[in-house]
Write a protein that binds this ligand. Structure first.
Ligand code: ADP
Length: 329
């Protein structure tokens, strides 16, 4: 049986946090165990240069995500690991052809584009506008039908589906229309009370490499209330903390705390301590594996080279077909 390829990527903009881990990595790990699929875990370093970045730190950041993937459970015997720039020529060329079927107006309407344009008003570049088209190239180069990503990526997947439909109808390609593979951590909230956990928002995240003390410190900064009320808050800091309780300690624990809220009251110091321990218990084995990998750069390098070689074979076949069907012989 020919395995179906599943692509997903994380930008090389820093260490992985719990949002990346629960929203994307855990979905990938779940699919890794399914014989039907071959997973392609990518560090999308070319996407990282679409917003201002530090060129002296980029390769270290890429390597950090590689280590986080491997430490989290990416198994090179089963899955591929791809540093995007290793096949950047193929992905970028494919993205260029895909950009011929997407209008500027369509791309300007994307919420992610608008957000980034607001964050970096002096860097509203062609690359930023084209970000989702490059993402479509990443995914369609491997004919990936499922994409394990967080809910925030849904508008980008819609662009991928549009590109696929247009390339299929205009040029007779046979691209799938990829769907999001949803995980229970599809939207991990920010520790700061509002919005999602993101490495670009200070105070919002916990990294996979954080030790117990750091986790406690980060949780200490999460906003709370008096711990008591007539009904359990459904948004804001307390609601977010309860979501973390559910994610790391299960639904029953959450229900217990909810009952306390409408009863005798929650002592947030206790809740945060218990939560920190539960988060650290999940991260500890990952950190142990990461420390071992740090001592073995030759092995990591070999995994990167192997992944790039296999990805190149597949992506170059897709690119050749696109060129041929577009009349670029
Ligand atoms: P960030 O937003 O921290 O810069 P990326 O844009 O690199 O992270 O996202 C990498 C992956 O992690 C994507 O699949 C994205 O959907 C997922 N992800 C990021 N933040 C969260 C979150 N808070 N909850 C769930 N998934 C998330």
């Amino acid at each position: 049986m020919k395995k179906k390829l599943i692509f997903s990527g994380i930008r090389a903009t820093g260490r992985l946090h719990l949002g990346n881990y629960l929203g994307m990595v855990k979905g990938m790990l779940q699919l890794q165990e399914d014989e039907k699929y071959q997973l392609l875990f990518s560090v999308v370093d070319i996407h990282a240069v679409t917003t201002p970045y530090d060129k002296d730190k980029l390769s270290q950041r890429t390597y950090d995500v590689v280590l986080d993937y491997l430490a989290s459970g990416l198994d090179p015997e089963k899955s591929l690991l791809l540093v995007q720039s290793k096949v950047g020529d193929l992905h970028a060329e494919l993205a260029f052809y895909f950009s011929t079927v997407m209008t500027v107006a369509r791309m300007q309407h994307l919420p992610t584009y608008k957000e980034k344009a607001q964050q970096h008003p002096d860097n509203v570049t062609m690359a930023l506008l084209n970000y989702p088209v490059l993402m479509a190239a990443d995914i369609l180069a491997y004919h990936s039908e499922l994409v394990p990503v967080g809910i925030d990526q849904e508008p980008h997947l819609e662009v991928t589906r549009e590109v696929a439909r247009k390339m299929n109808s205009l040029y007779g390609m046979n691209f799938p229309e990829p769907k999001r593979f949803a995980t229970e951590g599809g939207k991990v909230p920010s520790l700061a009370g509002e919005g999602k956990m993101s490495k670009s928002i200070e105070g919002s995240y916990i990294n996979l490499t954080d030790d117990l003390e750091t986790i406690k410190k980060r949780l200490a900064g999460a906003p709370t209330d008096s711990g008591k009320g007539e009904s359990v808050p459904t948004s804001g800091g307390v609601a977010n903390l309860l979501q973390f309780v559910e994610l790391f300690m299960g639904e029953d624990k959450r229900k217990g705390y909810e009952a306390m809220y409408v009863g005798e009251g929650i002592r947030y110091g206790d809740l945060k301590n218990e939560l920190a321990e539960a988060i650290y218990a999940e991260l500890k084995p990952i950190q142990k594996r990461r420390a071992e990998l740090e001592k073995n750069p030759e092995y990591v390098e070999q995994v990167i080279e192997e992944g790039a070689k296999k990805a190149r074979q597949i992506a170059s076949a897709t690119l050749a077909e696109v060129k041929e069907k577009m009349g670029l012989k």
